[in-house]
Design a protein around this ligand. Structure first.
Ligand code: NAD
Length: 269
């Protein structure tokens, strides 16, 4: 049977890499995003490779939209086997300077998006009974502390602990669903231009200084770090392998494990 994979934030970066990887395995694919033009381009590219594709424009911060994504997936393909809760945005400035709109936007996409995905898809996967996988995209910043990217880190720590809880509770229930949490370092994507998708209702007043995404922490050239990052296709390969091997924590950048160890040691001390 052809497997069905659903990917949020599919139009760009890691999401696009995942879609291409799963299509290469012969899966049917559901691509969800807010950005219509790149989503249509991806649809055309995947169809040109012979893929069966369903496009569902979805704002993951909206519970009804994610419920609609689940409904349309099941109505069209009759099953779902892989869900990648991947959509994400970033907005950086000192944590006390963030506006309420910053908090609502970033937590809405990064954390509530995953919450909605879990609420809408897990009951359907349980009812279906087939082997399923949920891949939640967190970040290495979901595993460490320190300065910079405050809201983002809050959201990604939430995604990590949500995934850990989900995995344990599904295992206790002996459910046929495996959970994975993706924790990459820098990946070469469009994430630093996240503001392109910020909804009008959550814009900051014009008088405010723009978020300092280029030089977070004062001196780091974040854009240069991003340009030197891992290609999305390589991240997708890690995810595909983790699904095959049943790996929960997906570390794409093992060199960052020292940061996790250092944080854990500080906590224990
Ligand atoms: N790029 C990195 O270095 C990096 C590192 C660690 C984790 N991540 C995470 O990877 C995930 C994918 O990001 P990326 O780096 O590929 O960036 P990207 O900007 O290339 O892709 C993110 C996608 O999410 C979509 N999106 C934004 N708001 C949305 C919403 N409300 N509903 C649905 N879709 C929405 C965007 O349109 C875009 O297509 C994010 O969760 C991000 O936090 C990225």
């Amino acid at each position: 049977m052809q497997k069905v994979a659903v990917i949020t934030g599919a139009a760009s970066g890691i999401g696009r890499g995942l879609a291409e990887r799963f299509v290469a395995e012969g899966m049917k694919i559901v691509i969800a995003d807010v950005e219509e033009k790149p989503l249509a381009r991806l649809e055309a590219d995947l169809r040109a490779k012979g893929a069966t594709v369903l496009v569902v424009k979805t704002d993951v911060s909206n519970a009804d939209a994610v419920e609609n994504l689940a409904e349309q997936t099941l109505d069209t393909f009759g099953a779902v086997h892989i869900l990648c809760n991947n959509a994400g945005v970033v907005c950086s400035r000192p944590i006390w300077e963030h506006t309420l709109a910053d908090w609502e936007w970033v937590l809405g996409v990064n954390l509530w998006g995953v919450i909605h995905g879990v609420r809408s898809f897990v009951p359907r996967m349980l009812a279906q009974g087939d082997r399923c996988h949920i891949v939640n995209t967190a970040s290495i910043l979901g595993l460490v502390g320190g300065s910079g990217e405050g809201i983002y880190k809050v959201s990604k720590h939430g995604v990590v602990v949500l995934s850990e809880t989900l995995a344990d509770e599904l295992a206790q229930k002996e459910a046929n669903i495996q959970v994975h949490v993706l924790c990459p370092g820098w990946v070469r994507t469009g994430i630093l231009d996240s503001a392109r998708n910020r909804p009008d209702a959550l814009q900051n007043p014009k008088v405010e200084a723009p978020p300092r995404q280029e030089t977070i922490g004062g001196s780091r050239n974040v854009r240069a770090e991003m340009e030197a990052g891992m290609p999305p296709a390589e991240v997708a390969e890690h995810v595909y392998n983790a699904i095959q091997t049943g790996t929960f924590y997906i570390h794409t950048h093992p060199e960052h494990k020292a940061w996790i160890r250092e944080r854990m040691e500080r906590i224990l001390e």
